[in-house]
Design a protein around this ligand. Structure first.
Ligand code: SF4
Length: 689
């Protein structure tokens, strides 16, 4: 027994799934994962995890993993050596850049990769190809939240800390399925609601678990959140309930903003949102009755054509009630991927250098030019979504995609597939042979998180280290090594010995990371940015000032725009989201047998009223059709949804019934994020049940 124990290795790591960023000790023996043990000192989660963090690791040893690099020859993928694959990848990028210029290449960082890897891919784009065409999956999810926060308070990140949500007297959740999408945060709220007299308001289309627990649940008409939030805000100011001292000392633009709310009366709000005006008064009164409120939101807000504006309205409401910069207050856009925050923070964005230094900030540019010994581009790059139309109009000729399943997670799968087919050169670097990889010229097999070192940033801006739990599978390699090897083949003498060297460079160039170093992040130690040279990290943002030159926040004026509406041909509204057991398109969780058995596929939630009208029972097959495509899926009749509103988890077992076969390329104009959740459809019961 002693011998066996000696082989057990215990390593600290961070969950590879959602943005809560749970950390734990992983017990392993070789490649076998014995146990996931969260620790009291795990900063985001304490002793909790959800099913994904605890049991979602089967994919790591899945036979489906890519083992060796592949090159497509005569439309067949053949295994090649790393040398051949890297030479081919570098030569392909060089050929396209020589022929069409660096701006014809689009670089996508993985929102699951480490900060160091996001940093390197943006460095490759900017230093080697002189282009700002670099982005990550935040374009598909929380870019609108970031826009809303930049407009009003200045930093695109959570204003407080996960543990601090417990201290809030009132939590408002807007458009987020927290119990399933960010389960460990939901656990804290449930506990505070029970033990700390915390009040809970949920605004959502669906009576999800948190809505069922809420003190007040509001279900507005789809796409009308901006009107609802602005009416609540107006009612508070009309009643003189706003925080006058806070506004006077810390907020600009109050008078003009208040005037802009004229139209958002209770009567108009009732007409547009369908919410009884007494309910709106109830919300305003609840906010007035507490000393601290925080607002959490996610894709139910952001994946709409007004995603940035609704995020802004949330921040406006927090500002007029003085709910920033103190314990228990603030804005919490809940991040999806484990490192979607970090990929943006470390510069995989078309308009920002690492550390949110704008690409047109002359001083920042000069600093990077000196460090990288090059001239840098100052024109904004193309983003992850607009690159699709830019393939179609021949501006983008090549892509280097790291760990993003664009073919399934981008909007309107049929359109995206056609665009990917048009590319002259495509590098896909991933753990599995993804749907996107089918269009690749070269496929580079990378390591999973357990096989490498690096850091992630979770939703509360917390930078945490991951350690190597096990050796790389087959011939896979860490992304940072692969990117570096391609850069070297392009004639750039990058010489990072480890991810820690990369972090040191980022820290030296980015004021908000200037205090970060691997030694300060040892074990379960972590830092929340902005972090400074003396080692201080920031539990709260905006304690002393907002992130603008005058230190004052700005109320931002908004106009209500109606959403994309249903019509006679497509009379029903289809919403989508996550189920607890799975993550996104399910590349990992559907390859984890225990989880797959528990939740084998997606389904369509139909209200009892609609089920009656269409004569549909739970388990029946239904065809769902939008203007862009059609899928077949099993029905689940439930009163979680109401009337003509449907809901479908985006986590499908196969590419034949993914939600994005239905979604459209309509976008939020301020962030370019697709309006995935504004989707008119029709349904038909199928006979072959
Ligand atoms: Fe992982 Fe998120 Fe679950 Fe925590 S809550 S274990 S980070 S999926």
């Amino acid at each position: 027994a002693r011998m066996r124990n000696e082989q057990i290795k215990k390593t600290k790591t961070v969950c590879t799934y959602c943005g809560v960023g749970c950390s734990f000790t992983m017990w392993t023996k070789g490649r076998k994962i014995l146990k996931v043990q969260p620790e009291i000192e795990s900063p985001a989660n304490g002793i909790s995890t959800c099913i994904k963090g605890k049991f979602g690791w089967g994919f790591v040893n899945s036979d489906d993993r890519l083992k060796r690099p592949l090159i497509r020859k005569n439309n067949k993928f053949v295994e090649v050596s790393w040398d051949e694959a890297l030479d081919f990848a570098a030569a392909g990028l060089k050929r396209i850049s020589d022929k069409y210029g660096g701006d014809s290449i689009m670089f996508i960082a993985s929102s699951k990769g480490t900060n160091e890897e996001a940093y390197l891919i943006q460095k490759m784009a900017r230093q080697i190809f002189k282009t700002n065409n670099v982005d990550n999956s935040s374009r598909f999810c929380q870019a609108p939240a970031t826009t809303g926060l930049w407009r009003t308070v200045g930093y695109g990140g959570d204003a407080g800390s996960i543990d601090d949500i417990y201290n809030s007297e009132l939590v408002m959740i807007v458009g987020a399925n927290t119990a399933e999408s960010h389960p460990v945060i939901a656990t804290r709220i449930k506990r505070a609601h029970k033990l700390n007299n915390q009040r809970l308001i949920v605004i959502d289309l669906r009576r999800n678990e948190m809505a069922q627990r809420a003190d007040l649940f509001l279900h507005p008409r789809p796409g009308t959140d901006l009107f609802l939030l602005s009416a609540i805000t107006k009612y508070i100011i009309d009643n003189n309930w706003h925080d006058k001292k806070f506004i006077e000392e810390r907020v600009n633009n109050f008078d003009e903003y208040y005037k802009s709310l004229d139209n958002f009366t209770l009567e108009n709000a009732e007409k547009i949102t369908g919410i009884d005006k007494n309910e709106i008064i109830k919300v305003a009164s609840m906010i007035h009755s507490v000393k601290s409120m925080c607002i959490l939101w996610a894709m139910g807000v952001t994946q709409h054509s007004a995603g940035s504006d609704v995020s802004t309205a949330i921040s406006n409401l927090l500002l007029i009630t003085g709910n920033y910069g103190r314990p228990g207050t603030g804005a919490y856009p809940l991040r999806g991927h484990n490192n979607v925050q970090g990929a943006s923070d470390f510069g995989a964005m078309p308009t920002y250098l690492p550390g949110y230094q704008p690409i047109n900030d002359k001083n920042a540019i000069k600093k990077f030019e000196k460090a990288w010994n090059t001239k840098l581009p100052m024109n904004p790059g193309i983003d992850n979504v607009s690159c699709i139309e830019n393939i179609d109009n021949d501006k983008i000729k090549a892509m280097y995609i790291i760990g993003q399943e664009l073919a399934e997670t981008g909007p309107d799968t049929n359109m995206i597939n056609k665009s990917l087919e048009k590319l002259e050169f495509l590098i896909v670097q991933d753990v599995f042979f993804s749907e996107t990889a089918r269009y690749a010229n070269v496929v580079l097999p990378s390591c999973v998180s357990l096989e490498k070192e690096g850091t992630y940033v979770n939703t509360e801006r917390r930078i945490q280290r991951i350690y190597k739990v096990m050796e790389p599978y087959a011939e896979t390699r860490p992304d940072w090594e692969i990117i570096q090897d391609i850069a070297r083949r392009l004639g750039y003498n990058w010489n990072y010995k480890s991810p820690s060297d990369i972090m040191d460079e980022a820290a030296s160039l980015c004021p908000i990371f200037s205090g970060v170093s691997y030694s300060r992040l040892e074990g379960f130690n972590s830092m929340q940015w902005p972090t400074y040279e003396n080692g201080d990290s920031s539990k709260y943002l905006y304690k002393d000032g907002f992130n603008f030159p005058d230190g004052r926040a700005r109320l931002y004026i908004l106009k209500y725009r109606p959403p994309i509406m249903e019509d006679d041909d497509y009379p029903l509204h289809l919403n989508n989201g996550r189920m607890l057991e799975h993550f996104h398109e399910g590349n990992e969780t559907f390859k984890t047998p225990g989880i797959r058995d528990k939740a084998p596929d997606t389904f369509l939630e139909i209200s009892p009223e609609l089920a009656d009208e269409y004569n549909i029972k739970t388990g029946d097959f239904v065809r769902v059709t939008s203007r862009y495509g059609s899928i077949k899926v099993r029905a689940l009749v439930t009163d979680r949804v109401k009337g003509k509103e449907l809901y479908m988890p985006m986590n499908a077992a196969s590419s034949d019934n993914g939600i994005n076969l239905l979604t459209s390329y309509n976008r939020d104009p301020d962030s370019d994020t697709p309006a995935y959740k504004e989707l008119p459809v029709r349904i038909k019961k199928l006979k072959d049940n």
